[in-house]
Design a protein around this ligand. Sequence first.
Ligand SMILES: O=P(O)(O)OC[C@H]1O[C@@H](O)[C@H](O)[C@@H](O)[C@@H]1O
Length: 243
Amino acid sequence: MAHDALPDLTAFDAVLFDLDGVLTPTAEVHMHAWQSMFEELFAAWDITPPYTERDYFDHLDGKKRYDGVASLLRSRDVEVPWGDPSDPPSADTVCGIGNRKNAVFERVLRAEGIAAYPGSLRLLDVLAAAGTPVAVVSSSKNAEEVLAAAGIRDRFPVVMDGVIAERDHLASKPAPDVFVEAARMLEADPARCAAVEDAISGVRSAAAGGFGLVVGVDRGVGVQDLIDAGAHIVVQDLEEFVR
Ligand SMILES: O=P(O)(O)OC[C@H]1O[C@@H](O)[C@H](O)[C@@H](O)[C@@H]1O
């Protein structure tokens, strides 16, 4: 149901979307993959307190793979060498542990596929009809595969993802770099753009980038936490913007 008090997103120069949890329900796939990998690791290494769902929102959600691992381990005073992105999933390094989780993520994505949220698709249709430029701003190195699996890759002239961020040495959300760079690629001024995010780190990133409107989508983080991170408004689903 459209919400009359919500701003008209077609009035912005561009709308930049996070992917996992905003366009596709892949945040849940990431969440479960992290949980199964970390529960096994915590048991094997006797790490306490146990892994909880809140750990996902506080340490992993929205961040680049290895930054998330480092943040979670730091919260339990566990230190391991950083390693290298080419480390095998069996390596007890930050990179190896991240790659261990990625093997689970890839298996689920390939076995089950993914469909975009219907409300997000409808909003993309409205923006396309109005000629409003759109971009994806994701920390994930799997973003291209997820967009292709959901059949929405060709809707986005600009996709800023974990692969480009690594190549161009852009800092992970919550730093503003990835949102600001994606706006630059669209030749748009962040102050005249809207950014849409479901993660605390992502909302912080867009807010720090000076985006004119920062929309939080509450897929489990909680309305107040998204507002505290810098969201101007919070919705439950992007369908609410469809007029
Ligand atoms: O490991 P990937 O696919 O590169 O993704 C990194 C992160 O990407 C973010 O979009 C997700 O919210 C996180 O859960 C995930 O860890």
